[in-house]
Design a protein around this ligand. Sequence first.
Ligand code: SF4
Length: 414
Amino acid sequence: MNQTRDIAIDLVPAGAAADEATQAALRESASKTAPSESKTNIFDFDRASLERFFEEELGEKKFRAHQVMKWIHHRYVTDFTEMTDLGKVLRAKLEERAVVHAPQLIFDKESTDGTHKWLLGMDPKNAIETVYIPDKGRGTLCVSSQVGCALNCQFCSTATQGFNRNLSTAEIIGQVWIAARHLGNVPHQQRKLTNVVMMGMGEPLANFDNVVRAMSIMRDDLGYGLANKRVTLSTAGMVPMIDKLGEVSDVSLAVSLHAPNDELRSELVPLNKKYPIAELLESCVRYALRKRGTSVTFEYTLMKGVNDQPQHARELIKLMREFDRRVQMKDAAKVNLIPFNPFPGTRFERPDDETIRGFQKLLNNSGMIAPVRRTRGDDIDAACGQLKGQVMDRTRRQAEFRKRLAQGAGDAAA
Ligand code: SF4
């Protein structure tokens, strides 16, 4: 993952009240709107599985499934009684057996730069955030795949929250649905939402089936009609799952690299001990070679004095050139430079602008494309690494981080 995906819980003392408020809002909305467990949530289905549901469970024709998808994803209608091109008998059957249940909107905020963020309750104890970033001619939604993350990358605020669970397909596509509805997005006509990046909270490839199904709805004409290349999955480097992704999907791949050698990367991204850089890049080569013209984006969060020095840039250039050579395509490797956004309790710092520009210049001078990601939405805490969710941690990592933070505050006061 990368910093865009970081959904940081507010751990400063003032945040405790905010966390309690979020918990209260979660309890209230959950008690009002909890879906019936005996009913099937239509949001969990992509086209193929909804067709099966209609044929096998409801004894209906496939095209009825298509009509329902359009009502939900194009017109944002969730009440079956309002789906007027369905017969009364089918509407009654659907009401009895199914429900269209989106995550609960706790609040939404808009930044002065147009960035928008929604806090969404996933169950009575967990909430995640989804962020929309408008830019010239495009609108990108950053979507989460898990509540928290188990991978423990050292510079990542999500990691400090620990891990609770995978999100269901309904909870993943529900983020897109809520944002698209809010923005007045009309697929194929009035597109406000042009790109989705699976870069929010969590490691998407650790929740493979739900993520793949949700991405299928994003790309389906009956869903959000996004082109393959406009849906990006970002991974910390789960090598076997990259290969599996290549077998079933054709989305854009982004890899959270963050370091140009194994020694440093294993320190920053512990998953590297299991899948070192050479193995990771080989799997990316296989992914790119499946289809001519495919590039892979490598994300590199710049941290002061850690990975921002000229020798790191030179090592990175070497890796990326080797990748281009193996894929036999110029610019097969693209690098996104992300200045680190500090969060409370982190030991990392953002490099100064001169260092960032110097690093970028070295990459550009070698002929590489390496944009520096701009900070967006910082007035609503929606910039990379500043987002805030609510995770009931099952890993004790959140407690350890809070303890470390409290110790740090004590040391500072002494
Ligand atoms: S993989 Fe998980 S811990 Fe690592 S950066 Fe991404 S969200 Fe954070």
